[in-house]
Design a protein around this ligand. Structure first.
Ligand code: FES
Ligand code: FE2
Length: 296
């Protein structure tokens, strides 16, 4: 039976919402109150199936299968094993212009079986209270997804506009650059973050010289942050990929690397100048549907 429903309009284009629906990997990173881990079992154009660790006390696991029907603009997420087994959450999506998506969620729970000492009214009441809790959880989950969707949309927009838009100075030749100031004063300001053609970069100095790597994750453009545990490690809050802030290389085996800015010392002024540079040759999407450079 349908124990509850939830309607909202998400501030994000339908294409971005579908991308989020197929993104099994973000669950423990973007929704840590609900999930503490995820392991993919299968996936395809039909959807995905994953084993998830549920956050909270104990180490409870569940298997979730998400099946999408894009032609009908809907999908169902079913708990096929573990706590809540038999629950099906049906979601319908509808584009509202270019930038919004209407979402309707229905929480279908297995019919209560007759149990000695439990009245049908009490059983129904219990289902309704589970439905209300699920609804509350989904308000939070969609708030978190919406924040991620919006940030990714902005990042894609900035990439579309670069190098014409964004911060940075335009040189006579039409070249975008960021003037980081006198090289002699930079060491005291490291690691220095700056903006170049709409993208955040981070300047550091090593034996081999100055390096500036993008703080935009090459996976799906998440905002990289410095790890609280290891110096010079950058971590993405969306799927947890890790990068070396000194070399831009992946620290967890993904075939991805951070974009580097081209740095030059201006001999006339002694200022360090940063220019946008092409993506590193080693940068490849880890899978076709997670291609960060696809501007759809
Ligand atoms: S966007 Fe996926 S790990 Fe950064
Ligand atoms: Fe999500």
């Amino acid at each position: 039976m349908c124990a509850a429903s939830y309607d909202r309009v998400v501030r994000g284009a339908l294409a971005r919402v579908w991308e989020n629906v197929f993104d099994w990997e973000h669950l423990p990173w973007v929704h840590p109150e609900s999930f503490s881990g995820v392991e993919l079992l299968e996936r395809g154009s039909w959807g995905w199936k994953a084993r998830v660790q549920l956050a909270g006390e104990g180490s409870r696991e569940a298997t979730i299968e998400l099946r999408a029907d894009r032609a009908q603009s809907r999908y169902v997420s079913a708990t096929v094993e573990g706590p809540g087994s038999g629950t099906e959450i049906w979601t319908e999506l509808g584009a509202r212009g270019d930038a919004h998506t209407a979402v309707r969620v229905e929480f279908w729970l297995p019919e209560p079986s007759a149990r000695a000492g439990v009245s049908p009214e009490a059983a129904m009441q219990r289902l309704r209270s589970i439905g209300a809790r699920l609804r509350e959880t989904y308000v939070r989950l969609w708030d978190q997804d919406e924040a991620m969707i919006q940030e990714r949309s902005r990042a894609l927009e900035r990439r579309r506009e670069a190098p014409l838009g964004g911060a940075g100075r335009v040189r006579e030749a039409g070249q975008i650059l960021a003037d980081l100031g006198p090289e002699s004063l930079l060491r005291a300001r490291l690691p220095l973050e700056f903006e170049l053609a709409g993208e955040r970069f981070r300047l550091t100095e090593h034996a081999a010289g100055w390096r500036a790597y993008s703080l935009q994750c090459p996976h799906r453009l998440g905002p990289l942050r410095c790890s609280s545990e290891r110096a010079e490690e950058l971590v993405c809050p969306w799927h947890g990929y890790r990068f070396d802030g000194r070399t831009g290389e992946s620290l967890d085996g993904h075939r991805l690397a951070l974009r580097a800015a081209r740095l030059e010392l201006d001999p006339a002024t002694g200022h360090l100048l940063a220019y946008p540079a092409a993506s590193p040759a080693s940068q490849r999407p880890s899978s076709p549907d997670l291609n960060a450079s696809r501007l759809d």
